[in-house]
Structure formats: C-alpha cells, structure tokens
Design a protein around this ligand. Sequence first.
Ligand SMILES: Cc1cc2nc3c(=O)[nH]c(=O)nc-3n(C[C@H](O)[C@H](O)[C@H](O)COP(=O)(O)OP(=O)(O)OC[C@H]3O[C@@H](n4cnc5c(N)ncnc54)[C@H](O)[C@@H]3O)c2cc1C
Length: 338
Amino acid sequence: MKIAENYSLKKLNTFGIEVKARYFAEIREDEKLINLLDNPAWQTRKMLILAGGSNILFTRDFDGLVIKVSTRGIAIAEETAAHVLVNAQAGENWNGLVNWCVGRNLGGLENLSLIPGNVGAAPVQNIGAYGVEQKDSFECLQALEIATRKQVKFNKADCDFGYRSSIFKKELKNKFVILNVTYRLDKNPVVQINYGELKKEIQSRNIKEPGITEVADAVCRIRNSKLPDPEKTGNAGSFFKNPLVTEEKFLELRKLYPDIPGYPSENRLIKVAAGWMIDRLGWKGFRHGDAGVCETQALVLVNYGNASGYEILGIANDIKKSVKESFDVELEPEVNII
Ligand SMILES: Cc1cc2nc3c(=O)[nH]c(=O)nc-3n(C[C@H](O)[C@H](O)[C@H](O)COP(=O)(O)OP(=O)(O)OC[C@H]3O[C@@H](n4cnc5c(N)ncnc54)[C@H](O)[C@@H]3O)c2cc1C
C-alpha cells in the first residue's frame, strides 16, 4: 500500500484549506484497510478518516495518518413487495446514491439531493435537509472497529441518531470506520413536501402531484440558488447547528425579538434559527482577509482564497461570543474542527 508523506489536503476539503497530512493513504478495498490498521506501526499514530472533506475545518497540519476511504459500489441487498434494501460502500458519492435511487423510483432520499460528501459520512452527523434526515431511511451499517479490526453491524437503534448527531460523533468518535450503509427505500414513494421552502418551490411550478423526481429537482434548484458552490468559494455548508432551547427560553427571546424563527423539535425543545441570529447581529458578508461570512447565508463561513483554518475558526469564535452576549444562546459547530 502506498503511503504518501507530507501530503497536501487542499483539494480534499471543501473549505480549500492548505494543510498537510504527515502520512496519507487512500483505500479502495476494505481488505486493504484491515491490513493497514493491522500494521503495528500505525496503531500508535493519530488517525483521521476522511471522506469528501465537506464537513471538516482543518486548523493545522495533521501530524498522523489520514485515511481517505474511496471504496465504491451500490447494490440491491434485498427486495420485498414494498421495499428495496440498497447497500452502498462508504466511498460512494452521496448524491450519486440519491440519483441511483431516484432513477429507479425508490423513495426516501430525494429530499437529501445534492448534499456534498460520501455515503460513509452520512450517518456520522445524520445528514438532513428539507424536513428529512438520513435516519428516516436508514436500515443498518457495517463498521470496522479500529482498535480490534472487528466488523460490527449497527442497526438504527444502535446509532443514537439525533439532530446532526449520532453515536459516531459522540461515544464512538474516531473508534470505527464505517464500511458500508444500507437504506430501506420505498417502492411506492410518498413524497415529503411539508417543508415551507420546498412546498413553495413545487407550488410555484404548478406541479399538482409531484413524484420523487420532481421533489429531487426542486431541492436541487433551491440548493443551487442559495448555497455557495465549494468549487468556487470554499465552505462546509452550515457552520453551526441550529441551537435547541427550552420553550421558556424561546418565549423570552420572542418577547425581545418578535420575528425570531423557531420550530418545535425533539424533547419539547425549540430549534432556533442560528442564521437569523447571526444575520441580526450584522455578520452576513463580514470579511477579514480571505475568511468571511457568506453574503447570502449567514450560517455559512467561507474561504475566499487563501484563508487559514485558524482565521475561519477565529471568525466562528467571534460569532459564537456575540450570539451568546446578545441572545444568551450557545452556538455549537456542526463542522468537525481538526
Ligand atoms: C455546500 C454544502 C452544503 C451542505 N449541506 C448540508 C445539508 O443540507 N445537510 C447536512 O446534514 N449537511 C450538509 N453539509 C455538510 C456535509 O455535506 C455533510 O456533513 C456530509 O455528510 C459530509 O460528508 P463528507 O464525505 O464530506 O465527510 P467528511 O467531511 O470527510 O467527514 C465528516 C466526518 O465524518 C467522519 N467520517 C467520514 N467518513 C467516515 C467513515 N467512513 N467512517 C467513520 N467516520 C467517517 C470524518 O472523520 C469526519 O469526522 C453541507 C456541506 C457543504 C459544503
């Protein structure tokens, strides 16, 4: 197996940050990964599993081994009268999997069209968009325990999925490599178009009975119109999660800011729009050197060219502080800071 040294990660993270990995390996077969992890030379080294690099902010060179998982393959694992179980390898492009399903009229993932990144990372933060999360179609995954090199199957209940969170972001952070993921897709799809923006987009086109292709197309149109393209401007999508506050706290905020958006969420908590608070504090369009806040989306931090991860993190910390001071609300990054 080829191990590169002092390898540039600039093209492997969507922020486009220039950092180097002390060691770097790209894996195209699960066996190669097991062999690599079996080698005692790597067992004492720091390790980072990298997929599409669209949810990572590198703040410094990585003094260890970066393993990029590039295994490919999508296959039907099982079929019943109502469902198809589709298994995809971790290195498959997420949107490629969504298109594969939509093209076969298998419903469930269409609202998650165009989310950057790979299949293996999707359960890590339980990706979600337009009223749907990957957990809604998730069946199970296979993962390799780094310490023991044992393969373990995780069913939905084992993953502790929550809002942009799972067991792989908490107790099992950096302990497993996800090898493949299986989704349960619907052969008779029922579309989910209750999310305001999506509903509006479909109505504006006068589509009376949308199928999953129309939903996927509408999601793509909305995303293309509002999110900066990482190919043009480095970013990792929403930098912060929308914070969850108690009903009492939300009522307090509403008294002070009658138009603050909030949505009922898990455990009787209210999800407050982080972007609204950041925008209200005047951060939208802020720029310091090449690091800044997107001009159209206050929740998205951007690299206009040669910003360092440290500079972007500096702006993130300043935003966090100003939201805390003004709203007494704690922001938590959605992006993994390395
Ligand atoms: C423009 C833009 C829009 C976005 N929109 C959304 C959105 O709508 N909804 C949403 O939820 N997210 C969104 N994101 C964030 C991002 O696309 C997702 O979090 C995505 O799942 C990250 O995938 P990735 O392959 O790039 O993972 P990476 O960034 O490479 O990795 C993310 C984390 O997962 C870990 N990881 C990756 N692969 C594995 C594996 N095989 N096994 C174990 N751990 C692994 C990594 O170590 C890291 O901690 C957006 C990002 C961008 C740039």
